[in-house]
Design a protein around this ligand. Structure first.
Ligand code: WT7
Length: 656
């Protein structure tokens, strides 16, 4: 499922709906003209785009980039000065002070909605920003945010941006060990959390998880923990470290002098999994990132003043950063903040929320679409959805069947679908059809955004022309590109710029069809995409081998109907340990406890031995084929140190 199969569907084109094109911001000729301009004169193009930002000092410089590892640098708008929170708040006050910025829809549909205007949001952000300054937080300090999907998460991010502190948001599904690693990596000074989270009626012990994380070594940079009272649950407060949010913001002035930030000063760090080692702290800077997310948000969603925009991603992921917080607010839009899940209290929840708030632009993940498709059409047909005018997907390849269901049933065959390909590293969407300009093909992300130069290369790095399948690279920079891996610039260069010299390597495989349209086929490295969440196989392996009964582990992805990919773990036990179902369950629980529920293995297979080359390298290609239940495609196993281990793995595979 993860790999879309373009051949049968490539001919099936869904033209831009004429009614949509008639009112669209950008049509086909606009796309062609602007794309050509953006490549012919990147400086001029991106200089004009940056006019949409309120600069304290407008930049005179635009693009200053070299992907050459000997002279590596990426700088955009390098002499510009701005503040991201001013762009998201202050600049909206004259025209949009009473416009709703955030529409908060709580987990429980019976809990009252909160409508937070730009004026209120500005005041709340300023109060917290003042409080943070009083607590000694200064420009450049790192702040960890571990909150549920509630307005306070947005307030916390923007308060950091106001005073120049670098936020690191950690998804509320991560476990104490993962929190501790991320705090230690960036030596966070302060943590903002809540008593508990609430998802689908279930309580998540956020404060207790932070307490457990802060008891782990390497976390003593943290001086203060601010706790938002959310569910009202009793939590342990350790004085003087822990402070209630309401107490620290009380009495703070509702204005706050913004910190002037250089365009290349960091805005945030967001940890994401790679193919090796620990998650890396993807660092985004202020000027280029904000320019890119605001511009893409307006163009790809065809944003209008009265739109109600809903991106269902949690702010713990980049999608939430770029298209719930920074993009929409910099554009003065109204954004829905949804605390809940698609199937609580029932599987109509998404569609009911759309009707309740008159959502016009809806952006979600293929995994949610597949899960809801499985429930049949009735839960959708029972709702109106007349307000919708555009649908979007992100996070993983969408299979054409799910695409068509989204189009025909959710969108009543009226709404264009934008399949947006991008990554934590890219800051914003890079390959996506512009809805009023580009016809859609189910399963294809179609065309590059302005200034983006995708290309395909073979394993040797040779550029492929015309219709081709290969590895996806980007030949030039764009303002929203990540600037470094926090604390490890060498890792940044090694990971992305050494595989194919002079190019950014995405880690994705891709097909370009005869029309020149792009079809992302999924990761070609050791990263698994589970429900649109990136999991590094190395992380799961290291969690497994940290269990006292495990000798060795190898983890691969396999096709999964709902999640896109599932996690398949091969585990070798220490001599004398019994291969029981109870131990299997214990190992699954162990990984959840070490990393978090998103990393839960779907299947654990006992492996008396693992297929290794004579030099000791595990041959994952073989393990992938066994997990895919395709043992007939194993290929050549003669280079293995012990080819016989494969037979027993094949016999005991999940699909056998
Ligand atoms: C990886 C990045 C972009 C925000 C959410 C995920 C996969 C993302 C698509 C798409 C096919 C996609 C890629 C990419 N991916 N969007 N529209 N079609 N694949 O961000 O966690 O950094 O993951 O997600 O494999 O490399 P992320």
């Amino acid at each position: 499922m993860a790999a879309t199969e373009p051949t049968e569907t490539a001919k099936l084109v869904y033209p831009v709906p004429p009614a949509f094109a008639a009112q669209a911001r950008l049509r086909r000729d606009d796309y062609d003209r602007l794309y050509a301009e953006s490549l012919a004169d990147p400086d001029g193009f991106w200089r004009r785009v940056a006019d949409r930002i309120d600069w304290i000092t407008p930049p005179t410089q635009v693009r200053d980039v070299s992907f050459d590892v000997e002279d590596f640098h990426i700088r955009w708008y390098a002499d510009g000065v701005l503040n991201a929170s001013v762009n998201c708040l202050d600049r909206q006050l004259p025209m949009r002070g009473d416009k709703v910025a955030l529409l908060f829809e709580p987990d429980d549909p019976n809990t009252p909605v909160q409508r937070i205007t730009y004026r209120e949001l500005h005041a709340r952000v300023c109060r917290l920003a003042n409080a943070l300054r009083n607590l000694g937080v200064a420009k450049g300090d790192r702040i960890t945010i571990y909150l549920p999907m509630v307005p306070e998460a947005v307030v916390a991010m923007l308060a950091c941006a106001r005073i120049g502190a670098i936020h690191s948001v950690i998804f509320g599904g991560f476990a104490p060990r993962s929190i501790a690693d991320r705090i230690a990596d960036c030596t966070s000074k302060l943590v903002i959390t809540a008593d508990e989270g609430l998802r689908g009626g279930k309580r998540v012990p956020l404060k207790a998880n932070v307490d457990a994380a802060l008891a782990m070594p390497g976390t003593n940079s943290v001086e203060t923990v601010l706790v938002v009272r959310h569910t009202g649950a009793a939590v342990d407060m350790q004085m003087p470290r822990d402070r209630w949010m309401e107490a620290v913001v009380e009495g703070q002035p509702d204005t706050c002098e913004p910190e002037p930030m250089n365009a290349e000063d960091p805005l945030f760090i967001l940890y994401t999994s790679g193919s090796t080692g620990k998650p890396k702290g993807v660092l985004h800077t202020t000027g280029g990132y904000l320019t890119y997310v605001a511009y893409t948000h307006e163009c790809i969603f065809d944003l209008r003043e009265d739109d109600i925009f809903w991106c269902t991603a949690d702010v713990g992921w980049v999608t939430g950063h770029s298209y719930t917080v920074y993009g929409p607010l910099a554009n003065g839009a109204t954004a829905v903040v949804f605390e809940g899940v698609p199937n609580h209290p029932d599987v109509s929840r998404f569609w009911q929320v759309i009707d309740k708030h008159g959502v016009t632009l809806f952006y979600t993940a293929p995994t949610a679409i597949r899960a809801l498709m499985r429930e049949g059409d009735d839960p959708v047909r029972g709702t109106s959805r007349r307000s919708l005018r555009l649908l979007g997907t992100v996070g993983e390849p969408i299979n054409p069947e799910a695409w068509r269901w989204y189009h025909d049933v959710v969108g009543d065959a009226r709404c264009p679908i934008i399949d947006t390909w991008w990554q934590t590293e890219t800051g914003g969407a890079l390959i996506t059809p512009l809805p009023g300009a580009i016809d859609q093909k189910p399963g294809s992300a179609m065309t590059p955004f302005f200034g983006i130069r995708p290309a395909l290369v073979d394993a040797e790095g040779r550029l492929l022309e015309g219709e081709a399948t290969g590895n996806l690279v980007l030949l030039d920079s764009w303002p929203g590109q990540m600037r470094t891996v926090y604390g490890d610039h060498a890792r940044f260069i090694d990971t992305y710029f050494r595989t194919y010299p002079g190019m950014y390597f995405t880690g994705d495989g891709c097909h370009r069809d005869a029309d020149g349209d792009y079809w992302i086929t999924g990761r070609v490295d050791d990263v698994i995409n589970v429900s649109g969440h990136r999991i590094g196989t190395a992380e799961v392996e290291s969690a497994l081998v940290s269990h006292p009964k495990v000798a060795e582990a190898a983890v691969v992805g396999f096709p999964h109907d709902i999640k896109g990919q599932g996690i398949y773990a091969y585990v070798t036990l220490l001599a004398g340990e019994a291969e029981t179902d109870a131990l299997r369950a214990e190992l699954v629980g162990h990984v959840r406890k070490e990393i978090g529920p998103t990393a839960t293995p779907d299947h654990v297979q006992w492996a008396p031995g693992l297929p290794k080359t004579r030099s000791g390298k595990i041959m994952r290609r073989i393990l992938r084929k066994i997990a895919e239940d395709a043992p007939e495609q194993l290929g050549d196993t003669s280079t293995l140190a012990d080819p016989s281990v494969v037979d027993s793995l094949v016999r005991n595979r999940r699909g056998a």
